[in-house]
Design a protein around this ligand. Structure first.
Ligand code: T4K
Length: 404
């Protein structure tokens, strides 16, 4: 539904543009029949978890796809990060971005390792290696870097810093399944990399994750730790927890793997579409993917410059929500503003000027196989309309109850 006047916007009482809600993070679901066949088989086999045949097959296929030696599937990426952190022997302080999902920091803090928040490069939204170097202290044991939006961080620079300072380097690759860095698949860098297969991710297993590594010894440790430390019947040789992936989850993952090309094609087509439709909207910039690399295009992220739009990111977000477009402010407000970090490091923001600014500007939009080209058209029309009437919309929003 095209809006002709500001009063037509749903936020001011007009009809919402969409009758149903359009979510960010709507799951990509592969061939349902293939999935149901696999589920029927696993029920017939009565083998539901504990390194069953589907988990083994999924691990093998991931290694083949990424060119990595080892893949250990887990129940989610947060647990995978915790296990990898412990297996690597990280202690004391670990340098992490604040501009990431809070699980990256929590995986450290949960084990009483202090996350030291580091600023980002505003161009890439990833850790700025120059800032990393400045934060290294005698207590620093590692760097945990996120490939945010699936765009690889400055991997070579981080390897160089980690090597020079004898630090362990672990990547939170939750967003980066299927992406590449200088032609090589993410999964092959640092000591290990961790993927998330949460429902909202490019490839999902309902809930799930994986640690991938080319280090035999580390892989052995991680595998033990994921299964209570069991090396065989009645034989526990290590401290471990239950981090295992179940067979139904692996069934979903294997089914998704067969449809990866279809997922990328849908994401890429929406990405191109958004890019074209928003190209000349003043103050609205979309993040770009490097077309020379492999990308999963799973995130459509805008940066809103309110000096040019005359309406804040939050104003645009409220307007979209009223129209049933549930845009998200990922990763606002930054981990350093969340508990327990806010209490532990009340002044962290002073060292994170780029993070502070970016968290005020970002807005993630719906994409993926759950939406269609005409949805993208309508979302873009609305954003364009609101920006064209930015000052007026802003002024009217401020008069709504609760905004005074
Ligand atoms: N590192 C990074 C960089 C991460 O981004 C994440 C997870 C992790 C580590 C940890 O991975 P896991 O341990 O989760 O494997 C969501 C996800 O729960 C979280 O996995 C993800 N990052 C994060 C970016 O997004 P919330 O708090 O935003 O979830 P929620 O419930 O608000 O849902 C997000 C959107 O997805 C909503 O618009 C609704 C939609 N949705 C969600 C689910 C679960 C659906 O349409 N269908 C669904 O089934 O965290």
């Amino acid at each position: 539904m095209i809006k002709r006047a500001v009063n037509d916007l749903a936020i001011f009482g007009g009809e919402p543009a969409f009758a149903h809600r359009l979510h960010v993070g709507r799951p990509n679901i592969g061939n349902q029949e293939r999935l149901l066949d696999r589920i029927r088989d696993l029920l017939d086999r009565r083998w539901l978890t504990n390194q069953g045949p589907l988990v083994q097959e999924f691990e093998t296929k991931i290694c083949e796809l990424l060119g990595t030696k080892h893949c250990i599937l887990t129940c989610n990426a947060t647990t995978a990060l915790e296990i990898a952190i412990r297996a690597l022997g990280l202690t004391g302080e670990v340098i992490v971005p604040s501009f990431t999902f809070v699980a990256t920091a929590h995986a450290l803090q949960w084990q009483e390792i202090a996350p030291v928040f580091c600023d980002i490069d505003p161009q890439t939204h990833n850790l700025d290696p120059r800032c990393v170097e400045a934060l290294i202290t005698p207590r620093t044991s590692g760097i945990l870097a996120t490939h945010i939006w699936g765009r690889p961080c400055a991997i070579n620079e981080l390897i160089e810093i980690a090597t020079r300072h004898r630090l362990k380097l672990l990547f939170d690759a939750a967003h980066a399944f299927g992406c590449s860095y200088r032609g090589r698949k993410i999964g092959n860098f640092g000591a290990a990399e961790v993927f998330s297969f949460h429902a909202t991710k490019f490839l999902n297993t309902f809930e799930g994750g994986a640690v991938v590594t080319n280090d035999d010894e580390l892989a052995g440790k991680i595998r033990l730790m994921t299964n209570f430390g069991f090396a065989g019947y009645d034989q526990v040789i290590y401290l471990g927890i239950n981090g295992k992936m179940s067979e139904p989850a692996a069934a979903m993952g294997l089914t998704g793997l067969e449809c990866l090309d279809q997922f990328v094609a849908a994401n890429r087509s929406h990405y191109k579409h958004y890019q074209e439709a928003l190209a000349d909207v003043p103050g609205v910039q979309m993040i770009r993917y490097n077309e020379a690399e492999q990308n999963n295009y799973q995130y459509i992220v805008l940066e809103i410059d309110e000096l040019k739009t005359y309406i804040s990111r939050d104003g645009i977000s409220s307007m979209l929500h009223a129209e049933n477009i549930l845009a998200r402010r990922y990763f606002y407000p930054g981990c350093h503003h969340m508990e327990p970090y806010r209490s532990h490091f009340p002044h962290a923001g002073l060292l994170l000027p780029e993070t502070e600014q970016l968290t005020q500007r970002v807005l993630s939009l719906p994409t993926g196989t759950a939406i269609e080209a005409r949805d993208v058209d309508l979302i873009c029309d609305l954003i364009r309309f609101v920006v064209e009437h930015g000052a007026e919309v802003s002024q009217k929003i401020s008069t709504l109850p609760g905004n005074g």
